[in-house]
Design a protein around this ligand. Sequence first.
Ligand SMILES: [Zn+2]
Length: 439
Amino acid sequence: MSTSRRRRLQRRTLPLCLAATLVGGGVVVLLPGAASAGGDGRGHPRSVIFVNGDGMAAAHREAARLDQEGFDGQLAMDSLPIAGLQTTDARDPEDTITDSAASASAWATGVKTYNGAISVDVDGAPLPTIGQEAQQAGLATGIVTTAQVTDASPAAFFSNSVDRSAQDDIARQYLQVSQPQVILGGGEDWWLPAGDEGTYAPRAGDTEDPEVSRSTQGDLVAQAEGLGYEYVSTAAEFAAADSDQLLGLFANEEMFQQRPEGQGDEFAPVVPLADMTTKALDVLSEDEDGFFLLVEEEAVDEMSHANNGTRMLQAMRSLDAAVEVAEAYVAEHPDTLLIVTGDHECGGLTIEDVDPEDESGPGGTLPQETAATGGTESGEDGPFLVAGSEDYDFALDWTTTGHTGAPTVVTAAGPGSEQLTGYYPNTHLHEVLREVLLG
Ligand SMILES: [Zn+2]
């Protein structure tokens, strides 16, 4: 047993409700069976696994279903018993359509805000986040993502910033304020000062995006180790890691390269999202007070920005494999709420028949003869074969390289999930998270 684990178990011997009462200085009233972080009255703490397919809406899920499972099959994420739809609009003076910062802030705080805001309100005032509140209530918390661990979606759950780009300050807040036990993903460049290359050297010859270390907060990896985190940055180190406080950074920035097809696009994360999810659940499930885990596949969004259908479908495979891990955990631990959703739609994606006559804009990989282009350009990707079929195929058609306001699908299982049927704003998810984790 590591020192930090022993420390943590000692700290947690005090019943949570009692600890909360002592802090508040009020009258202690102990009800039998009520000493639970989950507040379910049965003495069982409750946990949440919140899975964000960044940029994922209904068409991404359906394209992935056809690609992976075929006409009669079902993705793991679509097999959950509860389904609903959420709207995602921001409160931005310039934009109606949300970015990942405003949408994750809505989940983390229950408050709509402007694009770029990390859990601050429209005036820039910091808001309590569900990640920080869960940690303060004695629950374990964790981040697993193929983005930078300090990217907008995880950041909104565990920090406050008027500007999503201040990722080194967000990392500093993880260490000094919110202290998730598990932090796994990309983005070592934000943890290391200029000149310290870390494990992943700058991308040679890439002037547009050189991916160099640029922390202005000193060596945050060293600071993390000083706080008791085990630091890992390769697949072998990750596999051998056995600490209950784990920081793993497996790329300069994202754990993939978001580009159009054939222009340096890559999707081969050093550690698969599913494996990071397994490791995180191993660590967090040891906490008897329950946990909150954010799992994110960022490449659904980034490859949709690049209108790269092939890589987007690869990202959906990665995501659904992680959902399978989460589903297996929930099957063994029914006090855990599992939510799978997307923070907004990206790409204006739709699924079409492969049709050489169909109108589309420039780009894409599917050659077409159209009157509009007079040549072989197309805004469509494909053809993609429907899994299990001999000759049924489909095309992916993009209408933008940006986000759209299409609602996103929410599927869920476990305690509180029954509240996620229907059609609601993204802030509703915050209400459900709050009730399950802190209620
Ligand atoms: Zn995006």
